[in-house]
Design a protein around this ligand. Sequence first.
Ligand code: ASN
Length: 317
Amino acid sequence: MMHSESRKVDTVELVKDYLKNPIFRDATLIQSEILKCIRKVLDEKGFVELLPVTVSPITDPLNHPHFETEFEYYGQKYSITKSMILHKQVAVLVHKKIYIVSPNVRLETEDKMESGRHLFDFVQIDMEMLNASREDVFEVMEDAIIYTIEKIKEKYPDIIKKYHPDLKTPKKPFKRYTVKELKEKYGDNYEKLASLNATEPFWMIDIPLLEREFYDKQDPNRPDVLLDFDLIYPEGFEEAISGGEREHEYEQILKRMKLKNTPFEQFEEYLKVAKEGLLEHSAGCGIGIERFTRWLLALDHVEKTRLFAKTPGKHSI
Ligand code: ASN
């Protein structure tokens, strides 16, 4: 158990830090520009921005240990959204290209306190495209990242010079590496080591079947891997994006749930829609806004990228 002192935050000192430490001002300014730039690219490509779902009886089961946020309201159980993935699969039937600036609450365990990459309340821009492949998603996100970096370097050269003077604008197409390739080269700690060795962001593709949830599509030709991906930042900043092509066929979703002992009851409403045959093939992803800010400014921790940040295991306001 972590000593309780390490959890405590002196709120008055924190507010004083916001006022005198330029990091908070600089990082929130850059973050505001990130939001504007990604929105601009997605809007120009014909995406429709939807409002976030913050509570629902169904949410992302996630693939790592965490605490639940369940509460009951007039006889129905709700959770705070961990990601809007299951809602995106439905929303994309209404508009073919969608995105949401989506707050997610994931009650991470305290061992994530010092990872530098985790907040238990964070925001991702979650996008989804109907009838699309992962290549289509790469194209959109590469444009969004390149445009954002160019714009920020142009508009805030002094801030970038101060925090990340050697920040390079990546070139399209970003490189792709399979998990298998990375494991062979770097061993078990492949994500961290490959990130440390890279000088530009790269796509990590073909994640093994059991390492992701039932909504990411199994490759029909190579059933031990998924048609999904992460984007990895260079210089040791690790995961930027995760996404994939989606399972939409009821039988396949059930099979995938069984493989990981996912309790059907929790996804009853989602399964009803899938059983009715309403879901269609789609692909999409989410980009973490605090992590993008952290990388652009080469900060040691995402908690410096927002006011009132919620660090796993720590107290906060
Ligand atoms: N946003 C991710 C996706 O689209 C899901 C997640 O955040 N777990 O696949």
